[in-house]
Unconditional design. Sequence first.
Length: 145
Amino acid sequence: MTSRSLVLDFEQGKQQTSADMLAGISAQVEAMGEEDDWSPKLLYLVQLCLEELALNAMTYGRQGGLSELQVSISPGVEEIVVELHDNGAAFDPTRDAPVPDPDASMNDRPVGGLGLFLIREMVDDLAYRREEGWNHLTITIGRAQ
């Protein structure tokens, strides 16, 4: 099992939509999951987390000058570690993301925050640091999922 990385360059990729970029990430994750024999549930969880976190970076990070998003996936025997690095606006999802009220009705719930809430509930660990103008987000997902 080897680590794989992918870099999305938004300066060169301006012609691509976020949906196109997410489809590319998803295809690579699916190939990795097949190669490493991930369970369908684990594959779905990794793809869901990556889609939510990458889309957040692309949507909100571009307002802060995002030009590059790096994704690294390291499958281990017991867990899968996914790292996202972006040079957009500083945002710590472990502290800065609003915690939605899951019991509130759709009409009473503000837009945003539910995706990060779900990720925090589904992964084993979510860690963030800001270093030299880059957001570094690491999620750890146990293979027993």
